[in-house]
Design a protein around this ligand. Structure first.
Ligand code: ADP
Ligand code: MG
Length: 232
């Protein structure tokens, strides 16, 4: 079955700096992500992985080329449109990005509130997703009372609570030990598949290299290798 395109990138270039200090970071990137697939993005440090992820996530303005997310063109998109698109995307970062003065459940509620549902619904959804990531017994714990793996599970709950169509994860296992990292990524995979959500996962971590449907390698801002491309 031909699956729908979630991300479609054509001839994307990106630069940092201006004038003489301008430096090109991404070169003619072409990439497509489809519903429900898990794509790993690897490559050396400084090759442009986080830049690409932040562009796809609507966190940075597109300068040159076409970048469509959920059939919205991000090049020249208004701030309002970017806000709308971000509501359909879940973000997971290496350092968890939890608010230390809020409990696990309150952290997830902050994300759930973005979808403008009732307070009761917010509370219910956040509790349900925290149970799904195995943290039903940690709802009222603060981040500092949680292990690294538990914190990353809370971050996954934050990313998934609004049932996004796309999850962008930037080195989500980098701060975790091997087994914990695998468990966390397996959980992301399982929950995303249940919701037919695509995942783009930046990683250096060889221990999780088998988890994706495809792996894309980027070097010096250019996509240089794609493996395990699937057949329809
Ligand atoms: P990766 O995630 O693959 O390590 P990045 O996308 O973070 O790579 O960075 C790619 C290149 O862009 C690096 O050379 C980095 O130093 C540079 N860079 C990243 N962010 C900025 C920025 N905000 N301003 C200027 N240069 C940047
Ligand atoms: Mg990076």
């Amino acid at each position: 079955m031909l699956k729908k395109s979630i991300v479609n990138i054509q001839n994307l270039n990106h630069f940092y700096g201006t004038g003489l200090l301008q430096k090109q970071i991404l070169f003619d990137v072409n990439l497509e992500l489809r519903t429900g697939e898990i794509v790993l993005l690897t490559g050396p440090s400084g090759s442009g992985k986080s830049t690409l992820l932040s562009l796809i996530g609507g966190l940075r303005s597109v300068q040159e080329g076409s970048l469509e997310v959920l059939n919205w063109e991000l090049n020249n998109a208004s701030n309002n449109q970017l806000v709308q698109i971000r509501r359909n995307i879940g973000y997971i970062f290496q350092n968890y990005n939890l608010l230390g003065f809020l409990t696990a459940q309150q952290n997830v509620q902050v994300s759930a509130e973005l979808s403008k549902v009732s307070r009761q619904e917010v509370r219910m959804r956040s509790e349900t997703i925290l149970r799904a990531v195995g943290l039903g017994h940690r709802l009222n714990y603060y981040p500092q009372q949680l292990s690294g793996g538990e914190k990353q599970r809370v971050a996954i709950a934050c990313a998934l609570v609004n049932r996004p169509r796309l999850v962008l994860a930037d080195e989500p296992t980098a701060s975790l030990d091997g087994q914990t990292g695998r468990d966390v990524v397996n959980l992301m995979k399982q929950l995303s598949q249940e919701n037919d959500c695509a995942i783009l996962l930046v990683t250096h971590d060889n221990r999780i290299s088998d988890i994706g449907d495809r792996t894309i390698r980027i070097e010096d801002g250019q996509i240089c290798e794609m493996s395990k491309s699937y057949s329809y």
